[in-house]
Design a protein around this ligand. Structure first.
Ligand SMILES: CC(C)(COP(=O)(O)OP(=O)(O)OC[C@H]1O[C@@H](n2cnc3c(N)ncnc32)[C@H](O)[C@@H]1OP(=O)(O)O)[C@@H](O)C(=O)NCCC(=O)NCCS
Length: 211
């Protein structure tokens, strides 16, 4: 039985997270060396999740951007070299999928074809589908593929994530407001079925994961 908790990062964990992002086998896929300041600002914005073992060892981290109205943009994710292929990244993505469900948002992430051999394998296992491909977008003329996960198309119920991970998740007033805004928008568009689907998923998520 694993004893790993997924929760928001604390201020004194930023340096440990930086070490994981900058581990030689990770940094090459994260655009090079990650500075401490952007990690600290993600932490203070509540946009950085960590996977922590029972003894406090940080085994993975995943940051997002919440600036976009209707989506949660997945950003850097990395797992400690000694803990890979133990579903840590799956659990970190599940944390943000739960948050996205609370907000009525869909999820998007970018990955670079050719550069990263794992993400194109990992993302479909989480319900992401490849969306727009921007050819020659990034250095060395690689293409950038945007992967999208919409709860309206694929109800995940998070069955890829082993249920021995612990999640510490709060539902905030901002989550409530964002969700209400999405419902108003869907109502205006006459999409009652979609509203009900998101509401039902949100209710399930609250029952299962929100303490
Ligand atoms: C990508 C990364 C975060 C995956 O973390 P992880 O915790 O090892 O991934 P998981 O154990 O959750 O794997 C989930 C799925 O991803 C795929 N996957 C993971 N590692 C893989 C590997 N080495 N080779 C092929 N597929 C792999 C598999 O489909 C796996 O499902 P399975 O266990 O049923 O086979 C980790 O390898 C890492 O830190 N890489 C360097 C940083 C990086 O590339 N970040 C992404 C760009 S931001």
């Amino acid at each position: 039985m694993r004893d790993v908790t997924i929760r928001l990062a604390k201020p004194d964990e930023c340096e440990e997270i930086q070490k994981i992002f900058n581990a030689p086998e990770n940094g090459q896929y994260l655009g090079g060396f990650t500075q401490l300041e952007p990690i600290k600002s993600k932490q203070s914005a509540g946009s950085l999740a960590v996977a922590v073992e029972f003894d406090g060892t940080i085994v993975g981290a995943n940051e997002v951007s919440t600036k976009h109205d209707h989506r949660l943009q997945m950003q850097l994710v990395a797992v400690h070299p000694d803990y890979k292929q133990s579903k840590i990244a799956t659990a970190l993505y599940t944390y943000w999928a739960i948050k996205a469900a609370l907000n009525g948002r869909y999820m998007r992430t970018d990955t670079i074809i050719g550069d990263n051999p794992i993400m194109p394998q990992l993302l479909p296992t989480l319900g992401f589908k490849p969306g727009i491909v921007e050819r020659g977008k990034v250095r060395r003329h690689h293409s950038l593929t945007q992967w999208v996960h919409s709860f309206l198309e694929d109800d995940p119920r998070f069955d890829r994530c082993p249920n021995d991970f612990k999640f510490e998740i709060e539902k905030t007033e901002k989550d409530d407001k964002n969700f209400a805004d999405v419902c108003v928008l869907l109502h205006k568009q006459g999409r009652m079925d979609d509203t009900l689907k998101l509401a039902e998923l949100r209710e399930w998520v609250v029952e299962e994961f929100v303490g």
